[in-house]
Design a protein around this ligand. Structure first.
Ligand code: G6P
Length: 463
């Protein structure tokens, strides 16, 4: 349905909250992958406004349209844009560089040129969609040049930027051949938000060192008299909506079904991730397999369920990580399982929210082990679904969520023995201890939900 094309509140992200389903798969729309959409969809719903982004495939029509009560403005990407701007510069260069070079970033000049061009198109479209004096909120690493480009086109608008992934220390960031252009791009915003205080500090240090700007606390003082604030705003989820879903009869019934089907009297350990090399999936499977080999647990008392949703499947490192994980699953099941008793259930698929809520409730232990992660909303979703105050969370100290979920079993995912100990401790913990931990974590997420996050950012932006 066509809708009015300007707004006083505009969210700009690489992806729209919905992906167009290709005709070959039935057409229509489905929710887009990733934490950014999970978090921001309820924000747009409550604030109104337009969301500008890529619908994942061609729509053949670029008017503002309405889907599920949200006003959306699609931006088309050509095959070459997808290859060079999205798979290349965004996910072959910036993603690994910003995630502690867990994989090697590639620096390709044609990717950079495409990144500049696509960022300009996003800025131009935003300039057309923003009403006079509008608030524009630009999201994530794919669009770091948009703030400065938009400021030049539309000095009347207020611009916020939020980075959903870690912002690296200057020693890593300095590798980027286009480091100064990126910093200038971000400085076009009035407020630059990060997941963790360390990210904000890294950014402030870089603009001081490389651009010679003075900084005072969390303010950057630009030569032209303008000030840019750089602060941490740990992102969250819609606690109430998810908790309500988890408590619904249909989800509770499905939970029981899952427990019967795969659990029985076995403890269920669960991993849920986009299939990404930053997530430490292999390490957690390996730790689980070793626990069986050591005799600490057996296939009759524990099962590991790993849901890995397909992601960036044409990028070479993602092809490799999938092969690697599937090899490990095969090896563990082949060596340690028997007919009818698989130690690992692995699915390469994404599921609707209802199914995920049921899985979270069925899991005795949630295992979240990224090497680097802006926040990791899966950890917060698990906690939200545990309305009976039971269940255990094993959480990497390298996920932003570990700053808030301190009662989790915290681990260093590079340390396989430590990981094994934490998984075992989580499986063997006293239920009263688990309940105490879970109550504290649930309180934290309930009191720091997505509304609190958006209100804090937007209030600072207005100020
Ligand atoms: C992360 C990023 C998002 C991204 C999402 C899914 O959460 O921070 O910007 O949209 O992953 O990745 P994709 O490449 O499929 O958009």
């Amino acid at each position: 349905m066509a809708a009015s094309s300007t707004s006083s509140f505009v969210v700009v992200a690489n992806r729209l909250p919905v992906d167009r389903v290709p005709e070959s798969e039935g057409s229509g729309f489905r929710p887009s992958p990733g934490g950014l959409v999970t978090a921001l969809e309820p924000v747009l719903r409550s604030h109104g406004g337009i969301w500008i982004g890529w619908p994942g495939s061609s729509l053949g029509d670029d008017d503002v349209f309405e889907a599920d009560g949200l006003k959306l403005k699609p931006i088309e990407l050509s095959d070459q844009d997808v290859e060079q701007y999205y798979e290349g510069m965004s996910n072959g260069t910036l993603w690994p560089l910003y995630h502690d070079v867990v994989a090697k970033p590639a620096f390709r000049r044609e990717w950079w040129d495409a990144y500049v061009q696509v960022n300009r198109r996003f800025a131009e479209t935003t300039a057309r969609c923003a009403a006079h004096g509008a608030v524009v909120w630009v999201q994530d690493y794919q669009l770091q040049l948009v703030p400065a480009m938009l400021r030049e086109m539309r000095p009347d608008v207020t611009i916020g930027f939020f980075l959903h992934i870690p912002f690296p220390p200057s020693e890593l960031f300095k590798q980027l051949p286009w480091r100064d252009q990126i910093l200038k791009g971000l400085l076009g915003a009035d407020l630059v938000g990060f997941q963790r205080p360390g990210g904000a500090a890294n950014f402030a240090r870089l603009v001081r060192l490389r651009q010679g700007h003075k900084t005072h606390r969390d303010k950057i003082l630009l030569g032209d008299g303008r000030q840019v604030a750089a602060r941490a705003y740990p992102i969250s989820i819609d606690f109430q909506r998810l908790e309500q879903l988890a408590k619904s009869q249909s989800v509770m019934a499905r939970t029981e079904e899952i427990c019967r089907e795969i659990g029985g009297d076995r403890r269920i350990l669960l991993g849920v991730d986009r299939l990404d090399y930053t997530k430490g999936i292999r390490q957690r499977l390996r730790a689980f397999g070793e626990l069986i080999v050591d005799g600490a647990i057996s296939v009759d008392d524990a099962v590991f369920v790993q849901v890995a949703s397909p992601s960036r499947e044409r990028v070479q490192q993602y092809v490799e990580v999938r092969e690697d994980i599937e090899r490990w699953v095969g090896r563990i099941n082949g060596n340690l399982g028997r007919i009818g008793r698989q130690p690992v259930h692995y699915v390469h698929s994404s599921y609707p929210r209802e199914e995920m809520a049921a899985l979270f409730q069925a899991a005795d232990v949630m295992v979240v082990t990224p090497f680097a992660d802006g926040m990791n909303l899966v950890a917060k979703e698990y906690v939200t679904c545990r309305h009976k105050n039971d269940g255990a969370l094993v959480l990497s100290e390298f996920a932003g969520a570990s700053d808030e979920l301190k009662q989790a079993f915290l681990v260093n995912p590079h340390d396989i023995n430590g990981l094994k100990e934490a998984m075992l401790a989580a499986m063997r913990a006293d239920p009263r201890d688990l309940s105490r931990r879970m109550r504290a974590m649930r309180k934290q997420v309930r009191e720091h939900d997505i509304t609190a996050w958006a209100n804090a950012f937007l209030a600072d932006l207005a100020a």
